[in-house]
Design a binder for this molecule. Structure first.
Ligand SMILES: Cc1cc2nc3c(=O)[nH]c(=O)nc-3n(C[C@H](O)[C@H](O)[C@H](O)COP(=O)(O)O)c2cc1C
Length: 187
């Protein structure tokens, strides 16, 4: 069975999670979904020790924390979807910590080469209040990692709470994006 991993970077059960629920519903049956809320994992900042560079066949990070399981899941997954709210013209702090730690997968044998990634962002402002920069960051990082950015979904001017839940247009667009992700698994 194909496997999609969601690395969910919002600190709250809010807009990004709601949009992700709709996307997951759009993917349909027959695909294994693993959803990881990053703030609930015990993960710490990259310490720049470059221990990962000494290991050719595995992530090789010297830190013994929740990233070890995430490394295995990322290598196993057919598609990894990073989800995040836009905070201060970038991704959330925990998403950034996770991405920095993913550097361990880029040393040695390039464990992410050929991987598929997608990004889901919600933003209170418009596209140019940081979502544009975050998409560009993911796009360049994926290229550096040898991964393919197979999809991007930005909900700009994102309404909050009940207003978001009742917004049929945003719901429909998210479900459509989920369908696209399902198709991207076959490419
Ligand atoms: C600390 C903080 C910083 C934010 N910075 C931005 C920003 O730079 N640009 C933007 O468009 N929205 C910004 N927002 C709004 C959030 O991106 C938006 O409300 C988002 O949908 C929240 O997602 P969540 O409910 O999943 O946490 C910020 C919100 C917070 C709490």
């Amino acid at each position: 069975m194909r496997h999609i991993l969601f690395l969910e970077g919002s600190p709250r059960h809010g807009n990004t999670e709601q949009v992700t629920d709709w996307i997951a519903a759009g993917i349909g049956k027959g695909v294994k979904l693993t959803r990881i809320r990053l703030v609930e994992q015990n993960i710490h900042e990259c310490r720049e020790c470059f221990g990962c560079a000494e290991s050719k066949k595995a992530a090789g990070c010297r830190q013994d924390d929740g990233m070890l399981e995430i490394y295995d899941l990322m290598v196993d997954a057919d598609l990894t979807v990073f989800t995040s709210p836009i905070f201060c013209w970038g991704v959330s702090g925990i998403t950034k910590v996770c991405l920095d730690r993913c550097f361990a997968l880029l040393t040695g044998e390039d464990l992410l080469k050929g991987a598929k990634w997608a990004v889901v962002l919600t933003a209170g402002g418009d596209h140019f209040d940081g979502a544009d920069l975050a998409v560009e960051m993911f796009s360049r990082l994926a290229r550096f990692a040898g991964a393919k950015l197979a999809g991007r979904h930005v909900v700009a001017n994102c309404p909050d709470g009940r207003k978001l839940k009742n917004n049929k247009a945003i719901q429909q667009a998210a479900k459509e994006f989920g369908k696209e992700l399902g198709k991207a698994l076959k490419d």
